[in-house]
Design a protein. Structure first.
Length: 482
């Protein structure tokens, strides 16, 4: 492809995406297509001969765009995948063109410096000091894995890296944790049974009495308390665990405190609901996902560490083939020495460009609008005769439940799933379902700068309509009594 063709097809792509973003609200949020149809649509052998860039792009227009979940649509309120900012989209275009592998300094010196500055901005937001460090990761899953490995290594006095896990240890977290915590406990070699998933209070925050009791029981059984994983913004309800109280318990027991703020970390930019007094800076490590509520395109998570030297202690291996013989003053920062990944996409560019283009204040206003939308829906549901909220939302996630005295819990679960499917088929909204303390709920989470308050009212009206229809349908299916 010569420069002229690249320029021509590049302009065509920008025009296509500009039109897509401008008219995204007119598209159905979720495609009305069956998986078998999609499999057939893309079923073809490996191409052996070239095609023109124009024809390839035309095929994408026909096959891919109509069959995407349009997460930038204001009616997308499901999993925490926000609308990507336009400048972030452009950043990823540039990132792919430069193809800097910042795992090693020599494959991207400017990119390494930019990502280190981006991490510095995040640690400053968190309230960490100059000793702090961190890495941008593929997301919260990898960040929580790194946080648990840091905890494991620290508690062992950095012996586990050499000798492996030689004693039974326990990790304590909320029953409302993200599944990545379970996977991380498994991946660092403790075994899934080492995880203590503890009950929550009425606001879905971890119960401190249950935590303290679990620690006592483990010590009696000869099990070493290793780490507390606090949740700062649970996936279901946005609940915020009491970080200061968790810090006090961790200090008393000699444990590492990791906080999963993949979702709630966005509130560090909030001006309407400032979170500077929540104690996040007291955690030993924190997960934050810029690709969630900072509106950066996937993928861009982050592991932030109060003492950056812990990253080096946990991961610091220098193979001969990666020795930088020109780093005489030890000034070239090597991400592969201070983190898990060696091949690393230049994730920092889209986060850096987003902060530069919009500023923390504007991004914070988008976040505050999403919180207002959730609180608006809560105020309406709280007074509604047919619906009830699980709790008042501290963030943008809100769970609401259709209550019908004629349905048992199994039927209620069926109703919520059926209605969520009908909402999906409407093309106007996409929401998910969940279960809280044994009861079925609709889970709604606007993390989108295009969403407006009127969309929350329209969604509630649609849920009213579809829930009533579902009840009528289920009643008609019941066998008639003689």
């Amino acid at each position: 492809m010569n420069a002229g063709e690249f320029r021509e097809i590049g302009h065509r792509v920008v025009d296509l995406l500009a039109e897509y973003l401008e008219n995204i609200e007119e598209r159905p949020v979720f495609p009305d297509v069956e998986p078998a149809t999609l499999t057939k649509l893309f079923a073809e052998p490996l191409p052996q001969d070239p095609s023109s860039a124009e024809s390839v792009l035309g095929e994408l227009e026909q096959k891919l765009l109509p069959n995407c979940t349009h997460v930038g649509h204001p009616g997308y309120m499901g999993l925490i995948t926000p609308s990507p900012s336009p400048i972030g989209i452009i950043a990823d275009f540039i990132c792919s063109a430069l193809n800097q592998n910042i795992g090693a300094y020599t494959v991207g010196p400017g990119a390494v410096a930019m990502e280190r500055r981006t991490v510095r901005w995040l640690t400053d937001l968190l309230g960490y000091g100059e000793q702090a460090g961190g890495n941008l990761t593929s997301g919260g899953m990898m960040a929580n894995f790194i946080g648990l490995k840091l905890a494991r290594d620290f508690v062992s006095g950095d012996r586990i890296q050499e000798h492996g896990v030689q004693e039974r240890c326990a990790v304590y977290t909320s029953e409302e944790r993200h599944v990545s915590v379970d996977k991380a406990v498994d991946a660092v070699g403790l075994g899934r049974l080492a995880l203590r998933a503890l009950p929550t209070d009425r606001e879905f925050r971890i119960r401190l009495d249950a935590l303290e009791a679990a620690i006592v029981e483990d010590r009696k059984a000869g099990i070493r308390p290793m780490c507390i994983v606090g949740i700062f913004g649970t996936t279901n309800t946005g609940a915020l665990d009491p970080v200061r109280a968790l810090r006090a318990i961790a200090d008393h027991e000699g444990m590492w405190l990791h906080v999963d703020a993949a979702y709630g970390g966005g509130m560090l930019l909030s001006r309407a609901w400032p979170m500077a007094d929540q104690g996040l800076e007291l955690a030993d490590s924190v997960t934050i996902d810029p690709h969630k509520w900072f509106y950066a395109p996937l993928d861009a998570g982050a592991i932030l560490v109060k003492d950056g030297r812990r990253l080096t202690a946990s991961f610091g291996i220098r193979p001969a083939y990666l020795t930088d013989e020109f780093d005489y003053a030890n000034e070239r920062y090597q991400y592969y020495v201070h983190g898990f990944e060696q091949s690393r996409r230049f994730r920092g560019l889209k986060v850096w460009m987003s902060f530069k283009r919009y500023g923390a204040r504007q991004i914070g206003e988008w976040i505050d609008n999403n919180v207002r939308q959730a609180k608006h829906l809560y105020s309406r549901v709280e007074k509604h005769p047919d619906f009830e909220p699980a709790s008042e939302p501290p963030l943008s996630a809100i769970c609401i439940r259709y209550r019908c005295v004629d349905l048992d819990e199994a039927q209620s679960k069926q109703l919520h799933a059926q209605v969520a499917r009908r909402v999906e088929q409407s093309g106007r909204f996409w929401i998910s379902t969940t279960e809280l303390k044994g009861k079925a709920y609709f889970r709604i989470s606007p993390v989108n700068f295009r969403t407006r308050t009127e969309h929350m009212d329209q969604l509630l009206a649609l849920l009213e309509q579809e829930c009533h229809r579902a009840v009528e349908s289920m009643s008609a299916d019941q066998p008639q009594r003689s």
